[in-house]
Design a protein around this ligand. Structure first.
Ligand SMILES: [Fe+2]
Ligand SMILES: [Fe+2]
Length: 186
C-alpha cells in the first residue's frame, strides 16, 4: 500500500511539473546575464593586462580579481539555465581596451548598470516566475557588482590623484624654473 501511495505521489509531482509554464523571461535573462558576465570577465582580464603595461600592478590585481568573480557569476547562471533544460548559444565577447583611467570609467558604468537596472529587473522577473535558483544567482552577482563599482570608483580616484600629483610636480618644476628664465633674459 505504501508503495502505491509513494508511486502516486511521484506521478503527481511529475505531472504538476509538466503543467508549470516555462519561465521564458528568466531564461532570456539568464542568457543575457551569462553573456554580460562572460564579456565582463574577458574585458577585465584585458584591462588587467593594460594596467600592468602602464605599470599599475595594484589596479591590474583589482581587474584580475573582478575577472575571476565575473567568471563565477557566469558559471552560476549557466548551472541555473541548464537546470531549466536550456543551453547557452555560442558568442564572442566584444569590448574595447583604452587607457586604465578610461577602462576604470567603462567598468564603473558597466557595474552601475548591472546594479541599478539589469539585476533588479532580472530579480523581479525571477520572483514573478518563481525561479528560486535564478533569484539566488542574480542576488549573489548583484551584491558583488555593488562592491566592484565601489572598488573601481576608489581606483579611478587614485589614478586621477596620481595624474594630478604628477601634473602638480611638473607645474612646480616649471614654476621653480621661472626665476632662472627671468634672470637669464636680463
Ligand atoms: Fe558579475
Ligand atoms: Fe562585476
Amino acid at each position: 500500500m505504501k508503495k502505491i501511495l509513494f508511486f502516486a505521489l511521484v506521478c503527481a509531482i511529475a505531472l504538476s511539473g509538466c503543467n508549470q509554464p516555462k519561465p521564458v523571461k528568466t531564461i532570456e535573462n539568464l542568457k543575457a546575464g551569462i553573456k554580460g558576465e562572460t564579456t565582463a570577465s574577458a574585458k577585465y582580464a584585458a584591462f588587467a593586462q593594460k594596467a600592468r603595461e602602464e605599470g599599475n600592478d595594484t589596479i591590474a590585481k583589482l581587474f584580475d580579481a573582478a575577472s575571476k568573480a565575473e567568471d563565477i557569476h557566469a558559471k552560476n547562471h549557466t548551472k541555473v539555465l541548464e537546470g531549466l533544460g536550456e543551453k547557452m548559444e555560442a558568442f564572442t565577447p566584444e569590448f574595447e581596451v583604452k587607457t586604465t583611467a578610461e577602462n576604470l570609467q567603462a567598468a564603473i558604468e558597466g557595474e552601475s548598470y548591472e546594479v541599478a537596472t539589469m539585476y533588479p529587473q532580472f530579480l523581479a522577473d525571477a520572483k514573478e516566475e518563481k525561479v528560486e535558483k535564478a533569484t539566488k544567482s542574480f542576488t549573489w552577482a548583484m551584491d558583488t557588482e555593488k562592491k566592484h563599482a565601489q572598488f573601481y570608483k576608489a581606483a579611478l580616484q587614485a589614478v586621477n590623484a596620481m595624474a594630478e600629483n604628477t601634473m602638480i610636480a611638473k607645474m612646480n618644476f616649471f614654476i621653480l624654473q621661472i626665476p632662472f628664465w627671468v634672470s637669464r633674459k636680463k
